[in-house]
Design a protein around this ligand. Sequence first.
Ligand SMILES: Cc1ncc(COP(=O)(O)O)c(C=O)c1O
Length: 403
Amino acid sequence: MKKLIYMDTENRGFSVSRKSEKIKEIYLDNAATTKVDERVLKEMEKYHSEYYGNASSIHDKGEEAKSGLEKARKIIANSINASPEEIVFTSGGTESNNLAIKGIAFSNQNKKHIITTKIEHDCVLNACKWLEKQGWKITYLEVNSEGFVDVEQLKREINENTALVSIIHGNNEIGTVQDLESIGKICREKNILFHTDACQSYTKENLDVKKQNLDLVTLNAHKIHGPKGVGALYIRNGIKITPLAHGGGQEKGKRGGTENVPGVVGFAKAVEIASEKEVGKMKKLRDKIINGIEKIRGAKLNGSREKRLCNNINFVFKGIEGEAIVGYLNEHRICCSTGSACSSKSLEPSHVLLAIGLKPEEAHGSLRISLSKYTTKKEVEKLLKVLPMIIKKLRSISPFGGN
Ligand SMILES: Cc1ncc(COP(=O)(O)O)c(C=O)c1O
């Protein structure tokens, strides 16, 4: 089990003890990953034990697997108003983002400029940084205090060398949801390819590749109660992309390697069972948490209130370390995080919080709470009871006093 680092309070007169080992955990870190739905597991199980063939084999066992793969492709394509042949299965969001960015860069060697933002997931930022070292020019767009991209800056930065614009849809840390339609319109008018990383927004926000003028879309399964290690990249028909994994011609030559059929089938099942009702339920609980936490002195909501992912809550607490809060919540068997799962072990303040204008010392005091369809009102009430106590205790021992 990962050891949480938090302030040692043993010598300072109090400790928050684990109430009972029997208390079931309250999992509020669904932006990091989600519990796999039983129906997804059941579907996947069939493709492990019964339809286990290689989708490239021409015998019946291969055909069974191929049929599952193609049915899944159709479901995922339909969900974003695309055609099945425009969906390429990958090992997840990281691979899809790398394929989109590097694959388009390699296919457009005469246009070595890419525009992205300062609030992307690390896999986008690091793919861009790597390209910078190979001679590409990358523009990192600023965002405002709520995390929105300035479309006027985007218009100004596009030039004759721009090959791609890559902008995250729903932010994984602060939950801000960008207006893809207006960004897509600008890109299409200027004839620039537009990619979005929709890992956090998929099945929660509307995604329509035609209406939003999207050319490439990154999706993954493990944020929506599907399995880990599975994702997809939508690549609009006619777009040339250089594969990163050369192999036996799978996925129409765009991504070599035997397809993870059980994973893909589980991914499609997760998409199929996702519902608007769940989104509505999460929104209600999200707002209850936001309203409750706002009553705590020195608590400030990060991101937009209106255009926000249904399951995201992100606060900073003046004068307190986010890690300490996460540690104490963990003592109460409540799982939250300080920022994105990938960077939560890093001591650096979040690049997203810095980009929305927080000072490094403020950014260290952040707490991300992310809900799922399984989150209950009772769990939310427990969080709202425990959190103010933790903040109060931490404030009383903070050298800054939180004032
Ligand atoms: C916005 C975003 N993009 C990309 C990823 C990476 O996806 P994966 O874990 O499937 O590689 C994540 C997950 O952490 C994410 O939240």
